[in-house]
Write a protein that binds this ligand. Structure first.
Ligand code: SAH
Length: 195
């Protein structure tokens, strides 16, 4: 499947019904979701996990490409939306209702668009878990995260192998902003476990 086709398919993934701001619930834009899952596929990763799957868009992208996908989400309502999305896309995903902190496993790769709130450790625990259970991590982060990620990588024996800048439209509610949506610059990092 071509990436442009995947992107077009993913644009049909349904959004959160009633997004919870405290969990930083917002749907990853289809082009970014397609890029992340396509990169995983191109690198030959087979067994992957999506941490904080939300609407399921990243997991669905990867499952479309034939990967073996597990998806973890703490919020039951979001998980219901993800399940419905997966069903309407006719893909098979192993959904797990759990806090990522307690989740265990061993994966070729982690894909995730976690909460950015690294101050409150909410985002940090995603990165710690991802670096622990994944040989490769594809994750979205807010600007300025690199120094923090570098030291986490040292701790978990990973290295940053790529970083690409994107701009995503976050709902105003996430930024105490008055416009309907705010274009927010983010970085997508790829890390790899060192030999
Ligand atoms: N990638 C998804 C959602 C991104 S928003 C999409 O594009 O639709 C981040 C998601 O992480 C939300 O769905 C939120 O409910 C979930 N989340 C937040 N804290 C969590 C935790 N501790 N454990 C598992 N999921 C969590």
């Amino acid at each position: 499947m071509k990436k442009s086709h995947l992107k077009q398919k993913l644009s049909k993934v349904k959004d959160f019904k009633s997004p919870r701001v405290e969990l930083e619930q917002y749907k990853t834009p289809p082009d970014l979701a397609a890029d992340l899952s396509f990169s995983c596929h191109m690198q030959g990763h087979e067994k992957i996990v999506d941490l904080g799957t939300g609407t399921g868009i990243l997991a669905i992208g990867a499952a479309f490409l034939g990967l073996d996908v597990t998806a973890v989400e703490i919020d039951r309502k979001a998980l219901k939306t993800a399940r419905e999305n997966a069903e309407s896309f006719d893909v098979d995903i192993d959904f797990v209702e759990a806090d990522v902190t307690g989740f265990q496993g061993d994966f070729d790769a982690v894909i995730m668009n976690p909460p950015f709130n690294v101050q409150s450790d909410e985002g940090l625990k995603f990165w710690e878990k991802a670096l622990e259970i994944g040989d490769n991590v594809y994750g979205v982060a807010g600007k300025g995260f690199r120094p923090r990620l570098k030291s986490l990588c040292e701790e978990y024996n990973h290295e940053i192998v790529a970083c690409e800048a994107y701009t995503i439209g976050l709902p105003a509610s996430y930024d105490f902003h008055t416009e309907a949506s705010k274009e927010t610059p983010v970085d997508v990092y790829v890390t790899q476990r060192k030999e």
